[in-house]
Design a protein around this ligand. Structure first.
Ligand code: FES
Length: 276
């Protein structure tokens, strides 16, 4: 326990201490926001890097490294899903920015408005508050009632796009087990499968999906038995929503790095490839 905390009479236990990040807490409260913030920043930097690669701002791979087809593989760098092949030519001719930007706003918007995601970046990036009972730099608080935070309400609409996206990633995962027209297994197939699995779990455990499955009723105890039954599997998965958030974020980054950078840009062969 800190020395100044020992002087406090037992009948008065303050939970706040003023000053930047001042606190009476004696545990390592800063570790969690530090790790979470580092992963989010790492993901942000990697995504910008990927877009700059695709745009040709970095390197000479303009419009490349999205599909990997060596040895008949059907891999896609998942951050760019579904990729330029899904875009009509006349749009590609008019669009001068990376094609991935036509899609990437949907998963980023879904994650940015995610209830768990907000908790993470309000703490780890905005430090508002950075942890319970730790003083914060920004004192005012207006909730999410004004711009830009009122846009968080769009989460329920991003959910519909995320469901489509999860279906697409499942398709990419299934397709990745085909080499030419034969079945095979590569590290890319396994990484795309893990990505599809945890993205699906992340979407299926969404709070908005739970609300939707419960018949859009905000008060679960007001719902009838059937509606409550309807939410049971979402409610079960919902307990692990934060875990799925992190695993799906890290797994998409790993799969993308392996396919786009390790195989594509660096030209390495598959670490492991099982073909009949
Ligand atoms: S609440 Fe996190 S994805 Fe919907």
């Amino acid at each position: 326990m800190k020395e100044d905390a020992q002087d406090i009479p037992p009948c008065f236990v303050p939970v706040e201490k003023t000053g930047l990040f001042a606190t009476f807490r004696t545990d390592n409260w800063w570790i969690q926001p530090l790790i979470m913030g580092s992963i989010l920043i790492g993901f942000g930097i990697y995504t910008i890097f990927v877009l700059m690669l695709e745009h040709g701002t970095i390197g000479d791979h303009k419009g490349e490294l999205i599909y990997y087809e060596d040895k008949g593989a059907h891999y896609i760098s998942p951050i760019s899903s579904p990729g330029p092949n899904a875009v009509p030519d006349y749009i590609k001719e008019l669009w001068i920015l990376p094609v991935s930007l036509l899609f990437i706003w949907a998963p980023l918007g879904f994650r940015a408005t995610c209830y768990y995601g907000r908790r993470v970046y309000y703490r780890a990036l905005f430090a508002n508050p950075i942890a319970v009972a730790v003083d914060k730099p920004i004192k005012s608080y207006s909730g999410e009632n004004s711009f830009p935070f009122i846009l968080q309400n769009a989460h329920r609409y991003f959910l519909y796009l995320a469901i489509l996206l999860a279906i697409l990633h499942i398709y990419h995962a299934i397709e990745s087990f085909t080499f030419g027209d034969k079945f095979g297994i590569g590290v890319g197939s396994l990484l795309l499968t893990i990505d599809a699995l945890f993205l699906s779990l992340y979407v299926c455990s969404c709070h908005s999906l739970r609300n939707l499955m419960g018949g859009n009723i905000d008060c679960l105890s007001c719902a009838n038995y059937i509606k409550k039954k309807g939410t049971s599997w979402v409610s079960y998965l919902n307990q692990f929503h934060g875990t799925y958030f992190w695993i799906s974020l890290i797994s998409i980054m790993l799969a993308d790095f392996y396919i786009r950078i390790y195989l594509g840009m660096w030209g390495n062969p598959e670490i492991f490839l099982l073909e009949p």
